[in-house]
Ligand binder design. Structure first.
Ligand code: HEM
Length: 491
């Protein structure tokens, strides 16, 4: 372990006493480390120092400290820690893992072109269309609602990124998803910590004790490559044929004249990698928030009643809502914000890393330290969110019924690494939620089952039985067809 004591440097932030070699790994709740961090924060405060094997981790337990360091000192706090098993699993190309440098900046330039606030409304028609398709799927197969959420999320991102129409037969994104499933399941924090502490382990064969995860690494790498290369090649073909729909990738190919992959291989790689990252970063998060939405609606019928009353008053019975209705539907936005806040999907966000030494409030923050934001603690801050564990959308409304200024930006991260897809995500979630609430009432089944939750980097309920009851007696498939017709989207 690196030692910082005995020098003239300021002290490290306070934190629990580490065991030799292991650090604080034994004291950590492995399924929910954010709960341990929140508990430790009561003793050590808003900024804590901890060790997991050889990794130095600084945990930020408040929004104020996260803003001070990750936003205001972003030149020092925008790197990512080494994800020691990413190369084994063939996932090291991901833009979300890129070090803070020219490659990262290139990715962010591509993202800016399609996700900046002024560009996002051009995706609204596609988002609405995908939401309407989802309604039809839910009406036809309500028990498969979770699959329909995934198709919805994939539809939006595949269209924006590649101009690809999903239509159930999508293969590239599915390869990426299967790769990500393996990566998330097998590349556990323990295997990452072991491989970064003892890099020689990566060279041991799969049959060696504790190295079983390596047998799945090759499959993961193959799937990731199939998705990443296949999707780019598909767009390239469409551009060559003159049939490409506008998308992030087709725009880049045209703008930079990437007719020949060997002309500027680094640029081609940057387009391919930044594009494939979008599927991985967006589908699970959007899907997870929609599952949470169903969970909260099922548990809080009174919220649903109020939301539906607002929709009925503003939109009326003849059509489905569209983005033009949004300003007149503040309670729906409040409901969306509360769904993001109440049980945040990424309870510790994605780790940042320092690229230089720093000092904050008299504490030394070493270069190369992993910086984790305890998003869970921010979401449960009783001063900002009184009665924080309760689901209360009205906390985001002012006394005159308009929306408060708290746009919850912390849920999407901080500084130069802030989620580039946050405006797209906001639009997708809004139109999915408002469309579902217009058509259906979500109810418990007669014999509700215990809800199981995921563990790890993203926390959400696993699909559970519930009812999507069409609203009103006449809201059958014929009625939906007429509503869809009256609300036709021209994309
Ligand atoms: C509710 C949905 C979403 C949530 C809660 C979410 C949250 C986050 C968070 C917390 C980060 C890490 C930020 C940081 O390091 O400070 C992140 C990164 C990222 N997100 Fe999202 N995200 C969502 C949806 C999306 C969507 C729809 C897209 C794109 C279509 C997207 C693309 C990305 C990318 C590319 C990164 C990596 C950025 C980088 O490392 O520079 N996300 N997201």
């Amino acid at each position: 372990l690196r030692r910082h004591s005995g020098s003239t440097r300021p002290p490290l932030p306070p934190g629990p006493k580490p065991f030799p070699l292991l650090g604080n790994v034994l004291g950590l709740n492995r399924d929910a480390p954010y709960l341990t961090y929140t508990e430790w924060a009561k003793t050590y405060g808003d900024i804590m120092y901890t060790h997991i094997l050889n990794r130095e981790i600084i945990v930020l337990n408040s929004e104020e400290v996260a803003v001070e360091l990750l936003d205001k000192r972003s030149t020092k706090y925008s790197d990512r820690p080494l994800f020691a098993t990413a190369d084994l699993f063939g996932m090291e190309w991901s833009a979300a893992l890129a070090n803070y440098g020219p490659r990262f900046r290139q990715h962010r330039r591509f993202y800016h072109q399609i996700f900046r606030p002024s560009a996002v409304p051009s995706h609204h028609p596609r988002q609405l269309q995908a939401a309407h398709e989802m309604l039809t799927h839910i009406l036809d197969h309500p028990t498969h609602y979770a699959e329909h959420f995934e198709t919805f999320a994939a539809s939006v991102v595949m269209s924006v990124t590649y101009g690809y129409d999903v239509n159930g037969e999508e293969v590239f994104g599915k390869s990426l998803k299967r790769a990500m499933d393996i990566f998330a399941r097998v590349a556990t924090p323990e295997s990452v910590a072991l491989c970064s502490t003892f890099p020689f382990l990566k060279k041991l064969p799969a049959w060696f004790p504790f190295m079983g995860f390596k047998s799945q690494a090759a499959e993961c790498a193959k799937l990731a490559n199939d998705g990443r290369y296949g999707s780019y090649a598909w767009v390239k073909q469409q551009v060559d044929k003159g049939t490409a729909a506008p998308s992030m990738v087709s725009n880049a190919i045209t703008q930079y004249r990437l007719n020949d992959d060997s002309k500027d291989p680094e640029l081609v790689e940057a387009v391919r990698d930044s594009a494939a990252t979008l599927y991985l970063a967006s589908v699970e998060t959007t899907y997870a928030v929609l599952l949470l939405f169903v969970y909260h609606m099922m548990m809080h019928p009174e919220v649903q009643v109020r939301a539906q009353a607002e929709i009925d008053r503003v939109v009326g019975p003849q059509r489905l809502p569209n983005f033009g209705d949004r300003p007149a539907l503040p309670y729906i936005d409040a409901l969306l914000r509360e769904t993001l806040r109440c049980r945040p999907v990424p309870p510790v966000g994605l780790p940042h890393a320092t690229s230089e030494d720093d000092t904050y409030k008299g504490y030394y923050i070493p270069k190369g330290a992993t910086i984790m934001v305890n998003v869970w603690a921010i979401s449960q801050n009783e001063t900002k969110y009184p009665n924080a564990s309760a689901f209360l959308p009205e906390r985001f409304l002012k006394s005159d019924g308009t929306l408060s200024d708290d746009n919850l930006s912390w849920i999407f991260g901080f500084g130069r690494r802030i989620c580039p897809g946050r405006h797209l995500a906001d639009g997708s979630l809004w139109c999915a939620m408002v469309s579902i609430l217009t058509m259906f009432t979500i109810e418990k089944t007669e014999a509700p089952e215990e809800i199981k939750w995921t563990t790890g980097g993203t926390i959400y309920p696993l699909p559970f039985p519930c009812k999507f009851a069409p609203r009103g007696e006449d809201k059958d498939s014929q009625h939906l067809a007429s509503l869809l017709c009256a609300s036709r989207v021209n994309s």
